[in-house]
Ligand binder design. Structure first.
Ligand SMILES: NC(=O)c1ccc[n+]([C@@H]2O[C@H](COP(=O)([O-])OP(=O)(O)OC[C@H]3O[C@@H](n4cnc5c(N)ncnc54)[C@H](O)[C@@H]3O)[C@@H](O)[C@H]2O)c1
Ligand SMILES: N[C@@H](CCC(=O)N[C@@H](CSCO)C(=O)NCC(=O)O)C(=O)O
Ligand SMILES: [Zn+2]
Ligand SMILES: [Zn+2]
Length: 410
């Protein structure tokens, strides 16, 4: 409390420039201004997107900056006008804001908020377009409005989800990005229904959360695609029913999936960030050929009841369209997707998702409650724990394909 209103000097992992190892530095963190909250970060994990920006692949990347956006902590102090949280509250900083007042928030059509997005994209705070971080007077920019690779960070009130203090911060930090993204891609964006067939490209935390979400939604076949053979066992634990390594096949991966599933899947999810695989995911979706339908009909005459049931199923397939493919992965700056327009004309639907379509301040606390009731997995995604000082090792672990999530205790 004694630090309230004063600049704090603390440790942070600074990204001075792309690809240069993060450097643990003593930095200055200014007090929060109007509508802002200063948080003591207790635990932070590394998401692939941090590595992506650090690699210089993000068109919005501003350096020097403090990366990190999957974390939990305790409110240290609040700026003027902040009413939603107070010092001592347990919180998850969210990279997607929810102001509940802007056109986007009120639309009911998106989980994205327009209020502070422009400022967070430029690495500054909304109220004065300046950064709260510096080292000996040199500004250090914010990242995704969160910058959790620091003992203390300043975020906008509209980006703070207040959570049940009973929940362990060292676990629920993961609910700041990867897990909600995967679950929400299935539940909110694709709206997978029971009995569906699903294909997931990329079995990192996001892809495995998609698998878990699909299993909970009642999908009966869940195909998991990854070039890392060691993912086969983990994938099964998260609900994947068939593991596919594209390197084991001569054919393009979409053909492998179409052949395995009698025409394609109902839903596919790209969780890698590779535009070629985004195309493959779309083209893995169901194509119902007229010939298939005729064969089905002939077979159906065998038993009248079966006929009625098959006709009903086919009719519902028509109503549902022929497959929804959701882009979750974040592609490098400048990359573009392509496919034959015919793929869409004949019924496939291409969608994308940010934070799984969840409204951050309202729904992250609900996900924490789900975790406490053991309705969703979280602990199982934590494969490594490291002291904050070893943050560069977390990047190496992710690069080597050895880890799902590495939590750093700050
Ligand atoms: N849209 C969103 O809101 C959102 C949120 C979080 C993460 N992301 C993005 O989702 C993606 C996944 O994130 P993550 O943290 O799970 O990453 P991760 O690095 O842990 O997992 C990626 C997986 O893809 C596999 N892979 C890589 N190249 C492959 C290939 N050519 N074929 C098949 N498999 C391949 C890897 O082996 C790994 O298992 C990233 O692009 C990340 O930036 C998006
Ligand atoms: N800044 C990049 C795009 C990065 C991106 O797409 N981020 C995802 C979240 S990744 C979380 O790990 C996202 O939600 N985007 C929507 C948003 O940032 O508002 C670029 O400029 O291409
Ligand atoms: Zn808003
Ligand atoms: Zn993330």
């Amino acid at each position: 409390m004694a630090r309230e209103g004063k600049t704090i000097t603390c440790k942070a992992a600074v990204a001075w420039e792309p690809k240069r190892p993060l450097s643990i530095e003593e930095i200055q963190v200014e007090p929060p201004k109007t509508g802002e909250v200063r948080i003591k970060i207790t635990d932070t994990a590394l998401c692939h997107t941090d590595a992506y920006t650090w690699n210089g692949l993000d068109s919005e990347g501003v350096f020097p900056c403090i990366l990190g956006h999957e974390a939990a902590g305790i409110v240290e102090s609040v700026g003027e006008g902040v009413t939603d949280v107070k010092p001592g509250d347990h919180v998850i900083p969210c990279y997607q804001a929810e102001c509940r007042e802007c056109r986007f928030c009120k639309s009911g059509k998106t989980n994205l908020c327009g209020k502070i997005r422009d400022a967070t994209g430029k690495g500054v705070m909304f109220v004065d377009r300046r950064t709260r971080f510096s080292k000996n007077g040199k500004p250090i920019y914010h990242f995704m409005g969160t910058s959790t690779f620091s003992e203390y960070t300043v975020v906008h009130e509209v980006s703070v989800a207040k959570v049940n203090p009973v929940a362990p911060l060292e676990k629920i930090c993961l609910l700041g990005c990867g897990i909600p993204t995967g679950l929400g891609a299935v539940w909110n964006t694709a709206k997978v229904e029971p009995g569906s067939t699903v294909a997931i490209f990329g079995l990192g935390t996001v892809g495995l959360a998609v698998a878990e979400g699909a299993k909970i939604a009642g999908a009966t076949r869940i195909l998991g695609v990854d070039t890392n053979p060691s993912k086969a066992k983990t994938a099964k634990d998260f609900g994947v029913t068939e593991f596919i390594n594209p390197n084991d096949y001569e054919k393009p991966i979409q053909q492998v999936i179409v052949d395995l599933t009698d025409g394609g899947v109902d839903y596919s999810f790209e969780c890698i960030g590779n535009v070629k695989l985004m195309r493959a995911a779309l083209e893995s979706c169901m194509k119902v050929l007229l010939l298939n339908l005729l064969v089905e009909l002939v077979n159906s005459f065998i038993i009248v009841l079966q006929f009625i049931s098959n006709v009903y199923n086919m009719a519902s397939n028509f109503k549902q369209g022929w497959g929804v493919s959701v882009i979750v992965g974040v592609a490098p700056a400048g990359a573009e997707i392509s496919t034959r327009p015919f793929m869409l004309v004949t019924g496939r639907v291409w969608k994308g998702t940010a934070f799984g379509g969840f409204k951050s301040r309202s729904q992250v606390p609900q996900l924490v409650e789900k975790y406490l009731k053991k309705d969703i997995k979280v602990d199982e995604f934590i494969t490594h724990n490291l002291p904050f000082e070893d943050i560069n090792k977390a990047f190496e672990l992710m690069h080597d394909g050895q880890c799902l999530r590495c939590v750093m205790h700050v």
